[in-house]
Design a protein around this ligand. Structure first.
Ligand SMILES: *[C@@H]1O[C@H](CO)[C@@H](O)[C@H](O)[C@H]1NC(C)=O
Ligand SMILES: *[C@@H]1O[C@H](CO)[C@@H](O)[C@H](O)[C@H]1NC(C)=O
Ligand SMILES: *[C@@H]1O[C@H](CO)[C@@H](O)[C@H](O)[C@H]1NC(C)=O
Ligand SMILES: *[C@@H]1O[C@H](CO)[C@@H](O)[C@H](O)[C@H]1NC(C)=O
Ligand SMILES: *[C@@H]1O[C@H](CO)[C@@H](O)[C@H](O)[C@H]1NC(C)=O
Ligand SMILES: *[C@@H]1O[C@H](CO)[C@@H](O)[C@H](O)[C@H]1NC(C)=O
Ligand SMILES: *[C@@H]1O[C@H](CO)[C@@H](O)[C@H](O)[C@H]1NC(C)=O
Ligand SMILES: *[C@@H]1O[C@H](CO)[C@@H](O)[C@H](O)[C@H]1NC(C)=O
Ligand SMILES: *[C@@H]1O[C@H](CO)[C@@H](O)[C@H](O)[C@H]1NC(C)=O
Ligand SMILES: *[C@@H]1O[C@H](CO)[C@@H](O)[C@H](O)[C@H]1NC(C)=O
Ligand SMILES: *[C@@H]1O[C@H](CO)[C@@H](O)[C@H](O)[C@H]1NC(C)=O
Ligand SMILES: *[C@@H]1O[C@H](CO)[C@@H](O)[C@H](O)[C@H]1NC(C)=O
Length: 494
């Protein structure tokens, strides 16, 4: 197992330094300052999001997904980027105007440098929202500007409170071909008022999410920074062919439910090259809640996560559940780095959820300062109401973890299945957890079954060691990952 030493060369110091910078932004009196320069490039707007070719300036970054026949700039609609003037009317007018080009090559709305305050707004199809470097879209802190909307059918009610929920900040509803991208501009939810009211029980409805893409397909969210969401950050739900690439998500580590990316009853979702610091799970894969999720019956499947870096001291790097009643299957996660997080991968479920979690494959995790490397919880609790079915048991099977190195670990694993409904087919191979106190119990397993190969410290008896000649746990080939990524391009209709 000498090869594991290689992990010690990871840039832990750099990462910790970054972590200190980030936390000091949040905790030492206010906002992170944006140091980017505003540049003179308004005459190039056709290029910023148009993608028709001439842009070789350092900022002219637009991938193959960026081309649109029509481009407008937010200021064309009377917007004022002073951080004070409300631009709700400008965003609404801009999207309504650009919607006319849906079937005529599509359109991009360019948000130039500035602080653009606005209430919630909706996107349209064949549309790119392009945030230039130094562009900051600020969410209104006037709660009267946030309409209420129906709860999600697979949840039956708002997640925080029964009944409807506040609008998301940016919503894509029933769309095809939507892109949120740019040169690392920022979408700032200004969530503090929501967190405070949530903690003080002053809200009448569930908090909105920063970006929700619902009943949509062919969605790209890339090269943008998301900060201070009122609640979950990126929520693709009932959607397919979603790429999340090169994004940064920052929320104070004590902010409530600020999950990073939550694919929910969605398929063919590819998350890559992203950095998340949050007060809840960095990624949480979901599919509806108890009887509502069972009735809605839409799974999350073919979810690929690659090259994710996460800091989540009170939650998981990757969670599955707790709302998983429509089922979660075919999840691949690889090349995951975490610093100071509660658990590496966590499966959360309970009696009443129904559904399934199966065929989960995670490899090459490098974890630094963890409470648990692996955690499965079969008694998560939290039901939408009293009407959940106590006979609806989740099926958890085929969970594979390979090639994991973890240091400064409090406990290697806590794996709790459900009495009479054991979690099966757990396979753990080539894992080293450097634990803080080897004399303490390191594996606490109940109601699970599976096996282990080359795992240290020695796993519980319910995961018997297969001997030194046994082969690794299975992992799908690159073909599978590529097929998910390529499906976006091969099925996109412009
Ligand atoms: C994100 O930006 C990088 C350059 O920084 C660029 O290569 C890439 O194409 C962009 N990705 C998307 C999906 O727009
Ligand atoms: C966005 O669209 C949804 C669905 O049509 C609607 O319920 C909601 O009120 C719209 N939000 C805004 C801010 O216009
Ligand atoms: C808050 O928004 C409501 C509804 O748009 C508006 O009537 C009110 O003037 C706003 N309040 C402030 C302080 O801007
Ligand atoms: C979404 O699409 C469905 C089916 O086409 C339609 O019935 C519904 O009215 C649409 N909803 C919105 C808010 O656009
Ligand atoms: C984007 O901006 C965020 C916040 O300022 C920063 O942490 C991140 O490194 C930037 N990403 C890129 C690719 O420049
Ligand atoms: C919640 O409802 C109560 C009673 O209608 C009202 O006084 C209060 O302002 C509402 N809170 C918010 C945050 O809208
Ligand atoms: C849920 O959907 C799957 C296919 O998507 C189907 O096989 C299954 O029978 C459905 N379950 C229920 C309870 O309708
Ligand atoms: C075991 O995992 C480590 C990463 O933690 C990796 O470097 C090594 O190559 C793996 N060993 C085998 C035999 O796959
Ligand atoms: C190790 O973990 C403990 C918490 O269990 C933490 O206080 C300590 O700072 C960590 N040490 C290092 C070197 O990261
Ligand atoms: C082990 O887990 C069980 C629940 O599955 C719990 O009741 C018990 O306290 C745990 N033991 C230790 C030593 O953590
Ligand atoms: C489940 O775990 C409990 C607590 O360890 C144990 O008493 C029980 O026998 C287990 N049930 C099954 C079916 O494995
Ligand atoms: C492992 O394989 C080697 C070579 O085939 C064999 O000599 C050895 O006995 C095997 N060890 C075990 C524990 O099966």
């Amino acid at each position: 197992m000498g090869s594991l030493q290689i992990n010690r060369r990871l840039p832990v110091l750099e990462i910790i330094t970054l972590w200190i910078v980030i936390t000091s932004c949040f905790f030492e009196g206010g906002e992170c300052k944006n140091h980017h320069h505003h540049r003179r490039h308004h005459h190039h707007h056709q290029n910023w999001a148009g993608g028709n070719g001439r842009g070789h300036e350092e900022e002219a970054v637009y991938g193959p997904v960026g081309s649109r026949a029509h481009t407008a700039v937010l200021t064309d609609f009377g917007a004022v980027g002073d951080g004070v003037t409300s631009n709700t009317a400008a965003f609404t007018a801009a999207v309504a105007h650009l919607a006319q080009y849906e079937l005529d090559g599509g359109a991009a709305l360019v948000v130039p440098p500035g602080r653009w305050l606005t209430g919630p707004f909706n996107l349209t199809s064949h549309f790119t929202l392009f945030l230039e470097r130094g562009a900051i879209i600020l969410a209104s802190q006037n709660i009267s500007e946030w309409p209420t909307i129906d709860p999600l059918p697979s949840y039956g009610r708002g997640r925080d409170l029964p009944g409807p929920r506040y609008s998301n900040f940016i919503t894509g509803y029933n769309l095809t071909d939507v892109i949120i991208t740019g040169n690392n501009g920022t979408i700032d939810g200004q969530g503090k008022i929501w967190w405070d009211k949530f903690h003080n029980d002053e809200l009448n409805y569930t908090r909105g999410y920063l970006v929700e893409i619902i009943y949509s397909d062919h969605v790209v969210i890339s090269n943008v920074t998301f900060v201070n969401s009122p609640s979950w950050n990126i929520h693709p739900v009932y959607s397919s062919n979603v790429i999340v690439s090169g994004i940064t998500i920052l929320a104070p580590i004590d902010s409530p439910n600020t999950d990073g990316i939550n694919p929910d009853s969605s398929s063919d979702v590819h998350i890559e090259d992203s950095f998340i610091v949050s007060g809840d799970d960095c990624v949480a894969i979901k599919s509806g809640w108890d009887e509502y999720g069972i009735a809605f019956n839409r799974s999350s499947e073919r979810i690929i996560i690659q090259r994710l870096t996460c800091i989540s001291p009170t939650s998981a790097v990757i969670a599955i559940g707790s709302e998983m009643s429509g089922g979660v299957r075919d999840v691949i996660a690889e090349d995951i780095t975490a610093i100071n997080s509660e658990s590496g991968v966590r499966i959360k479920t309970g009696v009443g959820r129904g559904g399934f979690v199966k065929d989960i494959f995670v490899r090459r995790m490098s974890l630094h300062t963890m409470k648990w490397v692996f955690w499965m919880t079969g008694n998560y609790g939290q039901h939408p109401d009293e009407h959940y079915d106590p006979n609806a048991l989740p099926e958890i099977s085929g969970i594979n973890y390979l090639d994991v190195y973890a240091e400064n670990v409090t406990m290697a694993a806590r794996l709790e299945g459900i009495k009479g409904d054991p979690f099966t087919g757990i396979c753990i191979s080539n894992v080293t957890a450097e634990v803080i106190d080897p004399k303490k119990l390191q594996w606490n397993c109940t109601n699970i079954s599976g096996k282990s190969i080359h795992v240290s410290p020695t796993p519980c008896a319910l995961l018997p060691d297969q001997g030194s000649n046994a082969t690794q746990c299975p992992f799908p080939g690159d073909k599978f990952t590529d097929s998910v990524k390529n499906k976006y391009y091969s099925t996109r209709r412009i």
